[in-house]
Design a protein around this ligand. Structure first.
Ligand code: F6P
Length: 362
């Protein structure tokens, strides 16, 4: 009997902890249905080049995972590698990838907005089912209550801030800790609440440099004088245009003279926020989205994304009450709204942070 066409899976864009758990789920679910799986190495770059890696094999007439998939779900990053393939922005650039798709029963794309935009384009240029899974620590993917990687990133941010506060208290210091998130301030907002920050800065506040410096100076002064604090923690989203080191220098200039013994320091967490073994939450989300994505491909669905705890109308229900399929066109539209601030979700997040801003420093 001719072997069934394989499902292909690729990871694309910024890696996220939990991507490997999604790969594990896709392999196991497909194998349980007798469908082989191949991994595409290095995202869309590898798809263009046909760089495939077998993730299942036949044994005694059954399809089984090739190698130890069990450990895979606990490892950060992505075993397939990832890439930001700029040539995918044009139809010509996607053409070599389209040629590769005919050999697959479907393609599952695990990634953030840029990757899902590529999946949307492929779905319109190929008859092969294309299904997306949101994976981005930024949590800036529309329709999905969370993307894979967000929970682990937040755990990393909180753990790092706890460590920084240990030393800040020892020296009566203020720290500005910068976190990733690209243009989305979600990691900074949620991280600030969980880490007990005294203030949080995110692009969606729409403040200019003077307003930012004045706000942070006020929090630092209040913290060390009126509140008698031993440390002040400010979390800054990387989307805030003022560089962390410049912000600290401006604050030192304003405070250094009349707050003796108070230092202001900067820590940029950078790619630390993207590493680490995935949390329970990210492994669970990855597993359930992987199941839904395989079922969607085998059901002939295309140009959709499996969303976790969907926060948008019009999703197609799946066998999992927490997972719905949304058209990629809607996902990308909602993603753009999340970032440009027109989304009710962004407005609600900003309003909540405005409500608590005065309380954070108490
Ligand atoms: O999109 C995920 C992300 O980590 C962003 O938070 C960050 O701005 C960007 O990727 C960094 O991209 P790169 O790893 O290509 O420098």
């Amino acid at each position: 009997m001719a072997e069934a066409k394989p499902i292909a899976v690729l990871t694309s864009g910024g890696d996220a902890p939990g991507m490997n758990a999604a790969i594990r789920a896709i392999v196991k679910v497909a194998a349980s249905r007798g469908v082989p799986v191949v991994g595409v190495e290095n995202g869309y770059t590898g798809l263009r080049e046909g760089r495939l890696r077998r993730l299942t094999r036949e044994r005694e007439g059954a399809v089984v995972p090739d190698g130890d998939m069990d450990a895979l779900g606990a490892i950060g990053g992505t075993i397939l590698g990832s890439a930001r393939e700029l040539r995918f922005h044009t139809k010509e650039g996607r053409a070599p990838a389209i040629d590769q798709l005919a050999q697959f029963a479907g393609l599952i794309v695990v990634g953030g907005n840029g990757s899902l935009a590529g999946a949307h384009a492929l779905a319109h240029e190929s008859a092969t089912p294309i299904v997306g899974i949101p994976a981005s620590i930024d949590n800036d993917v529309g329709c999905s209550g969370s993307a894979i990687g967000v929970d682990t990133a937040l755990n990393t941010i909180v753990a790092a801030c706890d460590k920084i506060c240990d030393t800040a208290r020892a020296h009566r210091r203020a720290f500005v800790v910068e976190v990733m998130g690209r243009d989305c301030g979600y990691l900074a907002m949620a991280g600030a609440i969980a880490a007990g920050a005294d203030a949080v800065l995110f692009r969606e506040q729409g403040r200019d440099e003077e307003a930012i410096v004045a706000a942070v100076e006020r929090v630092i002064r209040d913290g060390f004088t009126r509140r008698g604090k031993q440390r002040v923690l400010v979390i800054k989203a990387e989307g805030v245009a003022v560089p962390c080191t410049r912000l600290v220098r401006l604050l030192e200039d304003r405070i250094g003279a009349d707050l003796p013994g108070v230092d202001v320091r900067a820590t940029v967490l950078g790619h630390l926020v993207r590493g680490g073994n995935p949390s329970f939450q990210d492994r669970m989300i990855a597993g359930r989205l992987g199941l839904a994505a395989v079922a969607a491909v085998l059901g002939g669905k295309t140009d959709v994304m499996a969303a976790w705890q969907s926060n948008a109308p019009g999703g197609i229900a799946t066998s999992d009450p927490a997972v719905a399929l949304h058209p990629l066109e809607q996902v990308l539209r909602e993603s753009a709204a999340l970032v440009d601030g027109s989304s009710p979700i962004t407005k609600r997040r900003v309003q909540l942070m405005e409500q608590v801003e005065g309380m954070l420093g108490l």
